[in-house]
Design a protein around this ligand. Structure first.
Ligand SMILES: [Zn+2]
Length: 425
């Protein structure tokens, strides 16, 4: 019965089947032509990355040779914006009241796809985190996407985000609305392995001080209040707490002042802690539990407690798994097999987490060194200027440029990305 209306339009069943068959073939041919067109634009984007390779390499190595720590990335920011301007991007410097932040854009209107650049070095360790490659991946992908934008419309942005290492620059930029109008935010970080996205924990630093009363530790201990005892009791209370928290959470800290002399009861002690959790709600719960450990120790010893939570709170990374799949698919085209992690808790924290709460985002890793070495080491700093580092940069730029073709050419794909983002918020 359900086909009666269709048969009603046909003068016999044979012709009707032929019409349906023809429509189906026409549709398949149309889809095939669209797919071929998309592949051609992707190939052109990859060729453009190859054309830009030497210039990108020059910038990556210059930044590597001139490491600048967070908010002092004047040279790096200058080189990156000069390149983008030369390639036809409109550049705004010093956005969000941060002199070394920038936004470069090409195209008009929606969708707005951003690639994020980091370029700060580690204090005392140069580019041991490979941020000289993060920014050139972003530049390569952005410039290679110009033809994509010309073909399908939309806007591609390269956003310069300073000070990832020392103060979470993206947290400040997020508060100032830098990522509010984005449909997708992409970044790729060098590592010793390939991964389609990395999950990261929400986290906040806690600064603690206890104030006691100094006295001779042997001649008059009964007249003193021991600020170090308060701190040690706090550490022990946190040790007991650890057994009863979620396995994905982390609490770790150091004592930065434990007194000055063994024969003086310390009148001051200080510590810095980091509290991490897989989501912001549990971080709230955990922060109160940790604070209670210090409050209890203050009551037990009579020391006065002062504490301060860091203004910058890192949000958990909300990895968009549709984007992660697209990254893995496009990395396959450049010959890299990239695993996709399960959604959920990871390790460490990144200010990209705060971006991922505002726009669909991923934080993939590209391998530039063997797994035997570790990130933030002198060996990794060398890798960030090696042939493998440059190859990783080129591969990642091609993959991101390929993703941008997928997102701009197919409204369905972008819809899927955004639907996942709304569903998981
Ligand atoms: Zn890093």
């Amino acid at each position: 019965m359900k086909n009666s209306a269709v048969f009603g339009l046909c003068y016999n069943k044979v012709d009707c089947f032929a019409d349906i068959f023809n429509v189906s073939i026409t549709h398949q041919l149309f889809e095939m032509r669209v797919r071929i067109a998309i592949e051609k634009v992707k190939e052109a984007a990859a060729r453009r990355v190859d054309t830009e390779r030497l210039q990108l390499q020059k910038i990556a190595l210059k930044i590597h040779a001139n490491p600048e720590i967070g908010l002092q990335e004047v040279k790096a920011s200058g080189w990156l914006t000069a390149y983008l301007e030369k390639k036809g991007f409109t550049v705004e410097r010093g956005i969000c009241d941060m002199p070394t932040a920038f936004r470069a854009s090409y195209g008009k209107g929606k969708p707005r796809i951003a690639v994020l650049a980091e370029y700060d070095a580690l204090p005392g360790a140069g580019h041991a985190c490979g941020h000289n490659l993060i920014c050139t991946i972003a530049l390569g992908a952005a410039v290679a996407s110009k033809q994509t934008v010309d073909t399908y419309g939309g806007t591609i942005l390269a956003i310069g985000t300073p000070a990832e290492e020392i103060q979470g620059g993206k947290i400040t930029m997020a508060k100032k609305g830098a990522f509010n109008d984005l449909d997708t935010a992409l970044i790729v970080h060098p590592e010793t392995f390939d991964l389609a996205t990395s999950n990261a924990l929400a986290c906040q630093n806690l600064y603690i001080e206890f104030f006691g009363k100094a006295t001779h530790a042997s001649a008059g201990p009964e007249r003193g209040i021991n600020a170090l005892d308060a701190m040690i009791l706090s550490f022990n209370a946190i040790g007991a707490l650890r057994q009863h928290i979620r396995s994905t959470a982390r609490i770790h800290g150091i004592i930065t002042d434990g007194g000055k002399a063994a024969n003086v009861v310390p009148d001051h002690s200080a510590a810095e802690f980091i509290v991490r959790a897989a989501d912001d709600t549990y971080l709230d719960v955990l922060e109160q539990k940790v604070l209670n450990c210090f409050i209890g120790a203050a009551q037990a010893t009579g020391a006065r407690l002062e504490y301060r939570w860091d203004e910058q709170r890192y949000a958990a990374m909300r990895s968009n798994m549709t984007l992660a799949q697209l990254y893995a698919d496009n990395m396959k085209s450049v010959g890299r097999k990239v695993p996709i992690p399960n959604p959920g808790a990871g390790a460490g924290s990144t200010d990209m987490g705060n971006v991922s709460q505002i726009a669909p985002a991923i934080h993939p890793m590209v391998a530039i060194a063997p797994r035997t070495i570790s990130i933030h080491s002198p060996e990794f700093a060398q890798a960030a200027a090696s042939d493998a580092g440059i190859q990783g940069m080129v591969d990642a730029a091609k993959a991101v440029a390929g993703m941008i073709v997928d997102l701009l050419a197919s409204p369905d794909t972008l819809h899927k990305v955004k639907e996942e983002f709304s569903r998981t918020s």
